[in-house]
Ligand binder design. Sequence first.
Ligand code: NAP
Length: 244
Amino acid sequence: MRKVAFVTGGSRGIGRAVVRRLAAEGYAVGIDYLQTEEQARALEAELLAQGQNALAVQADVADREAITAAIRRVEAAFGPVTALVNNAGIAEQHQFQDITDAFWHRIFAVNVDGAFHTIQAVLPRMIHEKAGAIVNISSIWGQRGASCEAAYSATKSAVIGLTRSLAMELAPSGIRVNCVAPGVIRTDMTEVLGEDTLSSLAEETPLGRLGTPEDVAAAVVFLLREEAGFLTGQVITADGGFIT
Ligand code: NAP
């Protein structure tokens, strides 16, 4: 069966690195994005120019109808999705008392409901084929608490709970579900922290540097490979030793 991947939030950051790696591994890749159309189209063009198969599709993962339609477009172009990467995510730091209802519901809608929607969209075909692999992107803040990160941390813990339960439920159907929990990775998401904070975070990291999107993509791609065929329900922490 043809290898077809769907990566949410694939236009930049960690998602883009995952898309590039999967395309290099021979996957036809659906690149979902929310707003950065130019970057998604540029990535699509880059992969097509290398003779790889890619299709950029716009959809908010929080919108079940829109993200399901985006997955169907990719399936119409390449065939059923065999590998799903739930990477789209948002983060903001707030003191707990300052979190608004709107922000609380939005961060859960994107970081948790997003995975709920995509997984339900791809599952019927995966169950039919008795094959498939899903990787959800959590965070070290889903494994450990962090000040001013209560909402984000709660969503990322939810992603771990979802991964572990689904791994058990779907194992008899031959579908593996795993998680990657990145540490501090240099992307637009962490740029807002500023150079001083990023330098001290790098110093606090046992491996002495911040992570790159490629560091995370390597773990994601490994979990999707057949050689990881006996791994399910796992959380791989890619953090340079930060929370060990
Ligand atoms: P990023 O640079 O901010 O990129 C986020 C990506 O997600 C973009 O492609 C964005 O699309 C997309 N996205 C955001 N909201 C979306 C929505 N509602 N629907 C569809 N796509 C949406 O983030 P990143 O640092 O690469 O993070 C990727 C994932 O890793 C996230 O789940 C994040 O929580 C997790 N993570 C990151 C770090 C880190 O240090 N960077 C650490 C731990 C975990 P547009 O560009 O179109 O907006």
